[in-house]
Ligand binder design. Structure first.
Ligand code: UDP
Length: 467
């Protein structure tokens, strides 16, 4: 039988493109022919991550297609500056359809793995008689909870009154202010893409997950058996980055030399460092940045904190110099080698916005987490961390932000939450639970493990696919 060819179409946000590039590497490692089709700037960002396929039978092919935006040069959501701009960005995504279809017609691959933000790929796949598989960038728990919330709108009298999400394996309590609110003209286009993507997902061949069975078994089953969707779990895909080089170059060049970072971490006792990061999209307001500085300074833990380049001017006077002089804090301005940091023994805690990749990378690193969700599906992921897996504590009463803004949490609250996850007893118990999951994650991706086997099933499924 000829080798199957899978074409990947990643969405151009880091939280989506990094795991999809990992996925392509994984597929190539199993002997499949793989092509990533993307815009030129995303191709540039991914080039390093996929170099590791050099020794494989089939290297990953990176093929660029034109993205016709009104703002030339703006090809990635992190470059978008306003909600209006975001609308135009999402509107422009459909301009990829024509060059994408031309490529599919010419190359006739066996399968399309396309991000949820390209709902039209389901139609493309059906036109060419091949399966379209969706990648959402999230886990099973999140999809199950958001499906239940959409079906059974909560009947509560205020935005802060808790309600139980019905028909789920666990008692999950949320409030309305923790749910995504895409109201108003500025979200019209985005909402349309979301609705189309949900419809396309239901009609597509299935969904591929960066997750592993042992992390959320009840939700894997719920998704397959109750929601009746075809699904494969093949993660955590970050675990396929094994060397220092592979762990460092993920999506963007790190703003710190990896050896300098490792030297700093090596000098700290096991489990003594808390890593603080809010991912690639969330914006920490200047006032919040100040409160985090004060909170971290009040704690006894060492810390590595990733901030946006230039934001250091909002920190308290002399803060950075004091932390450096005491050897307590390392501030990374720009992009951190996150997987390298989380995998280091000296890191015991993680203050995270609960982006799905960060949650998985935290689990794979065996750390306890402070769940501080801000936007997107992060509030659901936070519930998995705190209430289901019990590997983290909640930062407390924060609400979903339409501006992706992290704000409003006082220094004492931050100090208390960090102290809890870094403590010997409460934090130690959480770390013990995460480490059990860490072992299961590593086993899942090894030959015979649940993720390895599900990928085998996936490969068989696409080989035998009949429309
Ligand atoms: N990331 C990184 N360095 C940074 C910030 C983020 O390597 O300084 C990576 C992180 O490891 C993860 C991805 O970018 O793989 C962010 O995805 P996530 O789902 O956690 O959050 P998002 O950025 O989508 O909100």
């Amino acid at each position: 039988m000829t080798t199957s060819h899978v074409v990947f179409l990643p969405f151009m946000a880091y939280g989506h493109m990094i795991p999809m590039a990992d996925m392509a590497v994984l597929f190539a490692s199993r002997g499949l022919k793989t092509t990533i089709l993307t815009t030129s700037s995303t191709a540039h960002r991914l080039a390093k991550s996929i170099r590791k396929t050099a020794g494989f039978t089939h290297q990953i092919a990176l093929h660029t297609i034109d993205f016709k935006t009104e703002e030339p040069g703006i090809e990635n959501p992190d470059q978008v500056v306003s909600k209006d701009h975001l609308s135009r960005f999402f509107e422009a995504l459909s301009t990829l359809q024509e060059p994408f279809e031309r490529f599919i017609e010419t190359t006739q691959p066996n399968c399309i793995v396309a991000d949820m933000f390209f709902p039209w790929t389901t139609e493309t796949a059906s036109k060419f008689g091949i399966p379209r598989v969706v990648f959402n960038g999230s886990g099973f728990f999140q999809l199950c909870v958001s499906d239940a919330v959409t079906r059974y709108r909560p009947n509560v009298s205020s935005d802060s009154e808790p309600f139980i999400v019905p028909h789920l394996p666990h008692e999950i309590k949320l409030t309305r202010k923790q749910l995504p609110q895409f109201e108003g003209e500025e979200f019209k286009v985005f909402l349309k893409v979301i609705i189309l993507s949900m419809e396309a997902e239901a009609k597509s061949y299935g969904v591929i997950f960066n997750s592993f069975y042992e992390l959320e078994p009840e939700y894997v089953r719920h998704y397959r058996e109750v929601m009746k969707r075809k699904a494969w779990h093949i993660g955590p895909v970050s675990l396929y980055s094994k060397t220092i080089e592979e762990k460092v170059e993920r999506g963007k060049k790190s703003s710190i030399d990896e050896h300098e970072c490792l030297k700093w971490l090596d000098s700290k006792p096991t489990g003594s460092v808390v890593y603080v990061s809010f991912g690639s999209i969330v914006k920490v307001t200047n006032a919040q940045l100040y409160e985090i500085s004060m909170g971290l300074e009040a704690c006894v833990s060492n810390f590595i904190w990733v901030i946006r380049d230039g934001q250091e001017s909002s920190m308290p006077e002399g803060f950075e110099a004091r932390m450096e002089a005491e050897g307590r804090g390392l501030i990374i301005k720009g992009w951190a080698p996150q997987v390298l940091i989380l995998d280091h023994d000296s890191v015991g805690g993680f203050v995270t916005h609960c982006g799905w990749n960060s949650v998985l990378e935290g689990v794979s690193g065996g750390v306890a987490m402070v769940a501080w969700p801000v936007m997107a599906e992060q509030f659901y992921n936070a519930k998995l961390v705190t209430d289901v897996l019990r590997i983290g504590v909640s930062i407390g009463d924060v609400e979903w932000s339409a501006d992706s803004a992290c704000e409003g949490v006082k220094r004492e609250v931050i100090e208390r939450a960090v102290e809890r996850v870094m403590s010997v007893k409460e934090g130690g118990d959480m770390r013990m639970r995460t480490r059990k999951l860490q072992v299961k994650a590593k086993t899942a991706v090894e030959k015979g493990g649940s993720s390895y086997s599900d990928l085998t099933t996936f490969i068989e499924n696409i080989k035998t696919f009949k429309q």
